[in-house]
Each structure stands twice: as structure tokens, then as C-alpha cells.
Write a protein that binds this ligand. Structure first.
Ligand SMILES: [Zn+2]
Length: 163
């Protein structure tokens, strides 16, 4: 998990009460298993959920916390140990937002399959992944039928030259 998510979790101690618990107890030991492009959406959702937990009776507060936060098929999966309808609605809203935002960089994106994996990404990050995974780079771009102009290609090379 990235440092950015690690820091964010500390801001919501009730919601992420299990963040240091063992893997026998919770999937939260894996942290937030999502790309940083979704950070703001997950932070806003976390703030909403934390506020909702604090409104519960004190004896109920400990029962309500995040149990797993991850990406699956390019969508956000946010599971709670227990929840109210209001919480589920907030999770639904955040999940719908994530399905339109690039998980890698936070720009507008869409859900697309690449080599059998569904992810939500912008065009730039999609192509960057394509180039990164392809051993014979340009050949695959041609084989997959994705049109890339020379200018686009130069831009991707410049942006992802570290890969
Ligand atoms: Zn992107």
C-alpha cells in the first residue's frame, strides 16, 4: 500500500480501527489495495463513513469498520464489518465515481480490458500499460489495432521512459 493511503487511514481511526490487526482477523492488514488515482474519492468516502460511525451509539461504534478495500475488475470494492443503509449509499456513490476515474492517475477514465484484466483507466495510462507489458512494444500496438500517432507515441515514451 502506498504511503498516501497509509497516512489517510490514520485520519479515520474508527473506520480503519483494524488497520494493524492480523490477517486472521481482517483483510485490512493489506491496507487499501487500490491505485492512487482513487485517493480523493476514497478519502472523501472515508470522511463520510467516519462521521456516520461517530453518530452511532458508543456501544455500536466498535462493530462498524472497514473490513476490506480493494479494486476488482476495475471497480472499487469497499466492505464493512457492519453498515447502515446510509453507509451503503455513500459506498455506492463512491464506487460509481471510481468507475469513471483512472485508478492510476485520477483523470477521467473508463473500464476496459487489457490482456484479460479489467481496469478503469484514462487513455494515457491504458497505453502506458500496453507499452509496458509488451515485449515488442510497437508490434503489439499494431496487432491490437490501437491507433497511435507518432506524436502520441513520443509523448508516452517521454512520460514512461523509466519503465
Ligand atoms: Zn490515467
Amino acid at each position: 500500500m502506498s504511503e498516501k493511503y497509509e497516512q489517510m487511514m490514520k485520519q479515520f481511526p474508527h473506520l480503519y480501527a483494524d488497520r494493524n490487526a492480523s490477517m486472521q482477523v481482517t483483510c485490512m492488514c493489506w491496507g487499501i489495495d487500490c491505485g492512487e488515482g482513487w485517493h480523493d474519492i476514497i478519502r472523501d468516502l472515508s470522511a463520510e463513513l467516519e462521521a456516520m460511525i461517530l453518530k452511532l451509539p458508543p456501544e455500536a461504534q466498535e462493530q462498524v469498520k472497514a473490513s476490506q478495500v480493494k479494486e476488482k475488475y476495475g471497480g472499487l470494492r469497499f466492505y464493512m464489518t457492519a453498515s447502515t443503509d446510509e453507509m451503503e449509499k455513500a459506498i455506492g456513490r463512491a464506487s460509481r465515481k471510481c468507475s469513471t476515474i483512472c485508478e492510476d492517475c485520477g483523470q477521467p477514465g473508463k473500464n476496459e480490458e487489457l490482456f484479460g484484466w479489467w481496469r478503469t483507466r484514462c487513455h494515457d495510462c491504458y497505453l502506458a500499460e500496453l507499452v509496458y507489458r509488451c515485449p515488442s512494444r510497437l508490434t503489439l500496438l499494431i496487432e491490437t489495432g490501437i491507433a497511435v500517432t507518432q506524436a502520441e507515441w513520443n509523448k508516452y515514451k517521454a512520460k514512461h521512459k523509466d519503465k
